[in-house]
Each structure stands twice: as structure tokens, then as C-alpha cells.
Design a protein around this ligand. Sequence first.
Ligand SMILES: Cc1cc2nc3c(=O)[nH]c(=O)nc-3n(C[C@H](O)[C@H](O)[C@H](O)COP(=O)(O)O)c2cc1C
Length: 200
Amino acid sequence: MPKILVLYYSTYGHVEQMAYAVADGVKAAGVEVEVKRVPELVSEESAQRHHFKTDQKAPIALPSELPEYDGIIVGAPTRFGRLPAQMANFWDQTGGLWAKGGLIGKVGAVFTSTASQHGGQETTLYSLMSNLLHHGLVISGLPYSYQGQLAVDEVTGGAPYGATTIAAGDGSRQPSQNELDGAKFLGSHVAELTKKLTAK
Ligand SMILES: Cc1cc2nc3c(=O)[nH]c(=O)nc-3n(C[C@H](O)[C@H](O)[C@H](O)COP(=O)(O)O)c2cc1C
């Protein structure tokens, strides 16, 4: 039975919500899934002062655990159009794994959140993908069979490069149903691909 990791970082909870929607999609496809997050790098005092969402139930992932999974779906909010230091810090500890080729051939996919509609969704997705490509994962996007990404009658995330949401400048906007559905679709799609790639 294949196993998929949904690995995320989230400061204010938008990507956290997307992570659980991705996991729901994996489960719906009958594949085992675990949701884990990467460690916070900001001090507890600073996190409280800046109203970080500190009550996130997902356990902290260790880089050494990555080989246990057949698929790895990575999500993080944008920082200036690229991945945050917290997520980069995690992948920066995987050099040994890379040297051994420990993740080659696993299935990967990515998801993100930005404040504004054009604040760097695709560039952030690409910067998340870069880590996975260097590790030799086979990358899946969000296919257009998830038609919700074509919607223009509402403000919405969703891209062929991965699932996305839009948080608004003050973080007040929450992931919409269309965006959560896109995240769920991505999870199911990666699960189906993983089943095929791991079939004996
Ligand atoms: C230092 C910093 C840089 C950011 N850069 C961008 C940016 O380039 N474009 C954008 O749309 N939002 C930017 N944001 C907003 C975050 O992406 C937003 O808070 C995040 O998507 C919310 O997701 P979360 O609740 O999972 O943390 C930035 C936020 C911070 C703190």
C-alpha cells in the first residue's frame, strides 16, 4: 500500500487548510496519507507578537523520514514570490539524501498561498518544485480536468502548476470551496499516479 506525505509550512493557517484538503483527496483515492509540517524558525515571542497561528496539530517532519513515502506533496505560502525560509531550511538538510538518490522516482506535487492574485503563485510553485526536481521526483501539476481552475466569475486560485489559494493582504480571505476542491483534486490525482508507479 503506497503512502503519501503532505508536508507544509503555514504562518497564518491558509496553507494548513489546503494541506488537509490535499490529504482528504489522497484518502478519497484509497491511499494512506500523513500530514506533517516543517519547524518554525521564528522565535516564540516574535511568532506571538505577529499573530502566527501557533496551534497547528500536524507533527514536525524530519528530513530522514522522507524515504518512507512513495509520494510527497509540498505546500508553503509565498515570500517575495518564492518559498519561505522555513521550507527551504528543511530541504537544505536533505543533501545526504540527495547524494544517495534517496527520493528518485517518487511522485511530487506542490501547493501555495499568496496575499494577492498576482503576487507570485506560479513562481512560488516553481521554487517549491525545484527542490523536488533536484531530488529526482516525478512532478505532477493540477490537470485541467480540475475545471475549477478555469473559473473567472470569482476571485480564485488554482493553476496547472499546483493548487493555490489567495489570502488577501491582511490574511482575512480564507480558502474558497473552489480552491479547497482543487487541493483535494491534486491529492487524489497524485494518489492515483502513485498507485500506478508503485504497482507490482
Ligand atoms: C515576508 C513576507 C513576504 C511576502 N511576500 C508576498 C508576495 O511576494 N506576494 C504575495 O502575494 N504575498 C506575500 N506575502 C503574504 C503571504 O504569502 C501570506 O501571508 C500567505 O500566503 C498566507 O498563508 P499562510 O496563512 O499559510 O501563512 C508575504 C508575507 C510575508 C510575511
